[in-house]
Ligand binder design. Structure first.
Ligand SMILES: [Ca+2]
Length: 381
């Protein structure tokens, strides 16, 4: 470890960074010496070594991994990084032994929350790294011991180091959103900061950096993946994104529009109608994927049936459930036989109508064929 740090400092001494010079010559703890951001680039010397790097429980220790990471090692501004967890986790049936390292990044603005992050460093590392995205509005560190799909090897079992963060706020509250730095952390900075911190820890434990780095995320994590592709394109070799929330502000408006649609009592789809609605959609959509198995796999085709603002005009996909004369004989009926009033069907039309993003020209928006309100209320929405 000492020889690696000597090498790092020797390289840094050739740089004009006075802070770096002070850190190398100032007698601080070796692990606190900044790894210059230039040294945090992806390895580009060709294929990774054929032999994986192995580490032991004894190396998963603060004496090797350090107590801190220098802010100069991170590509976005932080005021400090402290490590608070150096735990060797024994192997299980699906997960090899790994070194779990946790830490906290102190913001520049004292009023902003910290970024809590965690890195899982496998006992056998094959020079690969994956960063996993969050979900919803984040607020917790995602699990690092999973994999890309059920029944497939976990990332750790593949020999990959894994990292993630809480994105710069903790829990389900929303007060953090009033802070500009916290918003920027959620938007993009936390991905870069976490990646660079993980880079430092891999160098400290393994003595080298990854040859391949990947991002994997869905929903909010998918949006994060698209963001790192745009803002930090040299940080990752590959990005796997599912259902990304690419227009976050507009998406957040969607449930509000639905609530507005349902404010008139006549339009409220009561919980009692759940089974009737599910049963009718299943009746029309289950077989679209070629198999009557109670699972709607061809959901795009199903959505097309119930989106009356697309396709032929005048369609009435809820005709079989429409209450005769717009009179519900038993509003409390929770069975599949319950019917729907015109107002309730109007809400279902609204819900299945494609969202017209606010950035789209009004002249190109699809005309309403269902008589239901448009889902974009003007260009300023
Ligand atoms: Ca099916």
């Amino acid at each position: 470890m000492r020889s690696r740090l000597r090498g790092t400092c020797a390289a840094l001494l050739a740089s004009p960074l006075l802070l770096v010079l002070a850190a190398c010559g100032g007698g601080g703890t070796p692990a606190a010496a900044p790894e210059a951001s230039a040294s945090l680039a992806l390895e580009k010397r060709g294929p990774p070594p054929a032999t994986s790097k192995t580490v032991t429980a004894q190396e998963c220790d603060r004496s090797v991994l350090g107590d801190t990471i220098s802010p100069e090692s991170i590509g976005e501004p932080v005021s400090g990084i402290t490590l608070n967890d150096w735990t060797w986790v024994a192997a299980t049936a699906n997960t090899p032994a790994y070194c779990r390292v946790g830490g906290s990044m102190t913001p520049i603005d004292p009023a902003a929350p910290p970024i809590n992050f965690r890195v899982a460093l496998p006992s056998t590392w094959n020079y690969r790294y994956v960063q996993v995205g969050g979900g919803g509005m984040n607020g917790s560190i995602p699990g690092l011991t999973g994999g890309p799909g059920a029944g497939t090897p976990t990332y750790l079992a593949r020999g990959w180091a894994v990292a993630g963060s809480d994105s710069g706020h903790s829990g389900f509250g929303a007060e953090w959103a009033l802070n500009d730095e916290a918003m920027k952390n959620l938007g993009y900075m936390q991905m870069k900061k976490t990646r660079d911190a993980a880079w430092v820890l891999m160098k400290r434990l393994y003595g080298g950096k990854p040859y391949f780095a990947y991002w994997v995320g869905g929903s909010q994590g998918g949006r994060e993946g698209l963001t790192v592709m745009k803002k930090y394109p040299s940080d990752f070799n590959g990005i796997v994104v599912t259902v990304p929330i690419v227009n976050f502000s507009s998406l957040m408006l969607a449930p509000e529009w639905l609530r507005i649609q349902e404010k008139p009592l006549a339009n409220w789809v009561t919980p009692a109608k759940r089974t009737a609605i599910v049963t009718e959609m299943m009746r029309q959509c289950d077989g679209l994927d070629g198999l009557q198995d109670g699972i709607i796999n061809n959901y795009p085709a199903c959505r097309a049936i119930f989106d009356v603002n697309q396709g032929a005009a005048g369609r009435d996909p809820w005709a079989a459930k429409r209450c005769p004369g717009n009179v519900d004989p038993d509003p409390a009926d929770t069975s599949a036989n319950a019917c729907l009033t015109d107002g309730q069907i109007s809400t279902l039309h609204f819900k299945h109508t494609r969202y017209q993003f606010a950035t789209r020209s009004p002249s190109t928006r699809a005309p309403s064929a269902c008589g239901c309100p448009a889902r974009t209320r003007g260009a300023s929405a």
